[in-house]
Ligand binder design. Structure first.
Ligand code: GLU
Length: 314
């Protein structure tokens, strides 16, 4: 059990009177009645997850790499605000280790506290004989969701966690994992960078109608790579197209969609509409959302690799 902070671990700090993520994994596990699973605890850091950096997630990856071989499973307790990014980062680095992330939408001591059951469910998944085939998953609100596709889709709801493409792997009730679909295999990077990448390495731009040219240029200036969340199936407004082409002559540019799901692929409806972008070397990312494409491009640059679109294989 690796505790990293988040709402699941919140308690009132006697000094400040404020809620802070100060409960340890052992304290949280002690609150689950009848938990008869032997647990080893580790706590590399205790933060609210909006403060998580690539450095934190690299530390987490090293921790999992070290602990996983000696244990039946690994559970990571994490703040929910960046849980999907942490799970994806970890999976890019260590795709073959079974890891179950969990957290809470409501803090301990409140009527709606969901941390206990999420933790129990995550432990049940991590120690399941089926876990080795799952890779990294997020276990929230009785659902098992894959790291590549899970999203926090509501800021407060207990059933906030879902997937962009409906790729639910299973459910867990009464300590039993019930598989509903076979998890896809992907071309994960499968490597841990030697040092934490800079958070500024990749510029991340979400396009809108009537985008500002000056704003676009300011956002991408000085970056080693650019991820653009384009409109619809990947449309880039004419107002910034020349700037996208110009920056892609200098650094890798990856295009995703700002829509909640679906691929980037305008070819069928508008033949040749993107020839100029493709000729400029822009990469189309058909599966990942912008934040995940940013992590993949950042890790690719840190590993000295070209960006490979995230693809499943059978
Ligand atoms: N913002 C905090 C975090 O992500 C609290 C949200 C949560 O954990 O649910 O750690």
């Amino acid at each position: 059990m690796i505790a990293t902070g988040g709402t699941i671990a919140m308690a009132t700090d006697p000094g400040s009177g404020l809620r802070r993520p100060i409960l340890s994994g052992a304290q949280l596990a002690a609150r689950i009645s009848g938990l008869d699973v032997p647990l080893a605890h580790s706590q590399p850091y205790a933060i609210a997850s909006e403060d998580a950096t690539f450095e934190h997630w690299l530390t987490l990856a090293r921790e999992v790499e070290q602990l996983a071989p000696g244990h039946a499973g690994v559970v990571v307790m994490h703040g929910t605000d960046t849980m999907e990014e942490a799970a994806f980062f970890l999976s890019e680095c260590l795709p073959r280790h079974p890891v179950a992330f969990c957290g809470a939408m409501q803090p301990p001591g409140t009527v709606g506290y969901d941390g206990g059951r999420n933790l129990l469910d995550a432990i049940s998944v991590a120690r399941s004989p089926l876990a080795p085939g799952l890779g990294t998953v997020v276990v929230m609100n009785h659902e098992v969701l894959p790291a590549w596709d899970v999203i926090k889709r509501d800021s407060v709801a207990l059933d906030s966690f879902s997937t962009r493409h409906g790729t639910r792997i299973g459910t867990v009730h009464d300590r039993q994992l019930r598989l509903l679909s076979r998890p896809l295999q992907f071309n994960w990077l499968n490597a841990i960078p030697a040092a934490a990448p800079s958070a500024d390495a990749v510029a991340y731009v979400r396009l809108t109608g009537s985008p500002g040219r000056r704003q676009f240029r300011a956002a991408v200036g000085g970056a080693d790579g650019v991820v653009i969340e384009a409109l619809g199936a990947g449309s880039v407004p004419a107002a910034v197209k020349a700037d996208v082409i110009a920056v892609s002559a200098l650094v890798p540019v990856v295009l995703t969609t700002r829509t909640g799901s679906g691929p980037v692929q305008a070819e069928d409806s508008y033949p040749h509409a993107w020839d100029d972008l493709l000729a400029a070397g822009v990469t189309l990312e058909k599966r990942l959302d912008g934040p995940r494409a940013r992590i993949r491009l950042t890790l690719s640059l840190a590993l000295d690799r070209a960006y490979a679109p995230f693809e499943p294989y059978i």
